[in-house]
Ligand binder design. Structure first.
Ligand SMILES: O=c1[nH]c(=O)c2[nH]c(=O)[nH]c2[nH]1
Length: 298
C-alpha cells in the first residue's frame, strides 16, 4: 500500500448541555459546551469502512446528556473525567478519550434579593478544561479565555532596542490592557492521588492571576505575564505549568495639539489591530512543559 493512516480521532464536537439543578424554588445552572474526541483501534474503519470498532458519534452525544442527568455536573473537570473514564473503560477499541469543555457562567439577577430562577449571562471569561485519559493516567489542563483586564497606570515601556525602523516613543505612564487566554496543567495524574477540588482551584487561580496583574508595577507585558504565572504556581500546589497568550491591547494617546488642547494622559485611541502578542510558559522547578505552544491547539 503506498499510503498509511496517521493520527486519527473522532467524536461529537460542541455538545451544548445546560443542566438545571432544582433546590426547591432555587435553581442552579451549569452551561457547558462539551467536545468528545476518541482514538484507539480505528484502522479498519479508515481502510475498509468496517464500523465494527466504531461507537457512533451520535452515541457520544447522547452519553453527554445522559451523564448530565445520571452524574450531575459538579464541575467541568469532574464531568469530563466521568465521560473520559466511561469511553475508555466501556469500549475495548477505544484507548484514549479527550474531553474538552467550555463553561459559560451565569449570575442571578438582582430583584429584591437574588432571583431564584432568573439569570443574566456573565459577560466575562469562558472557563475551559481538557481531560485526556488513556486508561492509566490522566492529564487535566484547565484555563480561561476572553478575560479582558486593564491597568490605567503603573505601566511603563522603555529601554528597548532601537534600530532604523523604530519609531515607538518611550512610555513612562501608559495603559496596560490585555485579553487573557491562559491554561494551567494539574499534577493530578492517577486515581491513587487525591483529586483537587476543581471549583475552588479555578476560583483561586483566577484570583491570583488577577491580583498579580493588578499589583505588578509593569515594565513590560512580558514581566506582568511572568508574575501572573509565577503567582499561580507559588500559591497552588496542584498546578505545575501555566501558559498565557496575551494580546497587548494598545491604547495610544491622541494628539490633541491641533485643537489647542493638552492631552495629559487622559484621551486614548483604543486600537484593535495590529496588536503585540506576548506568549510564555511558566513552570514549577523540575517540571516539563506539556501545554501546546499554540493555545488554539488546545
Ligand atoms: O509590554 C510591551 N512589550 C513589548 O515587547 C512591546 N513592544 C512594543 O512595541 N510595545 C510593547 N509593550
Amino acid at each position: 500500500m503506498p499510503t498509511f493512516l496517521g493520527q486519527n480521532q473522532y467524536g461529537k464536537a460542541e455538545n451544548r448541555v445546560v443542566k438545571i439543578t432544582r433546590d426547591g424554588a432555587t435553581h442552579h445552572i451549569k452551561d457547558l459546551n462539551v467536545s468528545v474526541s476518541l482514538s484507539g483501534d480505528m484502522d479498519e474503519v479508515h481502510y475498509s469502512g468496517s464500523n465494527a470498532n466504531v461507537l457512533p458519534t451520535d452515541t457520544t452525544k447522547n452519553t453527554v446528556y445522559a451523564f448530565a442527568k445520571e452524574h450531575g455536573i459538579e464541575s467541568a473537570e469532574q464531568f469530563g473525567i466521568h465521560l473520559a473514564r466511561h469511553f475508555v473503560t466501556s469500549q475495548e477499541p477505544i484507548r484514549t478519550a479527550r474531553i474538552r469543555v467550555e463553561e459559560y457562567a451565569w449570575d442571578r439577577i438582582a430583584v429584591s434579593g437574588e432571583a431564584e430562577h432568573s439569570f443574566v449571562r456573565k459577560g466575562q471569561e469562558v472557563r475551559l478544561t481538557q481531560i485526556t485519559y488513556d486508561g492509566t493516567s490522566w492529564e487535566v489542563v484547565s484555563g480561561l479565555k476572553d478575560l479582558v483586564v486593564m491597568n490605567s497606570t503603573d505601566s511603563e515601556f522603555w529601554g528597548y532596542v532601537k534600530d532604523t525602523y523604530t519609531t515607538l516613543k518611550e512610555a513612562h505612564d501608559r495603559i496596560l490592557a490585555t485579553e487573557v487566554s491562559g491554561r494551567w496543567r494539574f499534577n493530578w495524574s492517577d486515581d491513587e492521588q487525591p483529586m483537587p477540588d476543581w471549583e475552588t482551584s479555578y476560583g483561586q487561580v483566577r484570583q491570583h492571576m488577577l491580583q498579580a496583574f493588578a499589583e505588578t508595577y509593569s515594565l513590560s507585558l512580558q514581566q506582568t505575564l511572568y508574575q501572573m504565572g509565577a503567582r499561580i504556581i507559588d500559591n497552588r500546589g496542584e498546578i505545575d505549568e501555566v501558559r498565557f497568550s496575551l494580546p497587548n491591547k494598545h491604547h495610544f494617546l491622541v494628539d490633541l495639539e491641533p485643537f489647542g488642547l493638552k492631552n495629559d494622559n487622559e484621551v486614548y485611541f483604543a486600537a484593535d489591530r495590529p496588536y503585540g502578542l506576548i506568549e510564555a510558559t511558566i513552570l514549577r522547578d523540575g517540571c516539563e512543559a506539556r501545554i501546546p505552544v499554540d493555545l488554539t491547539n488546545l
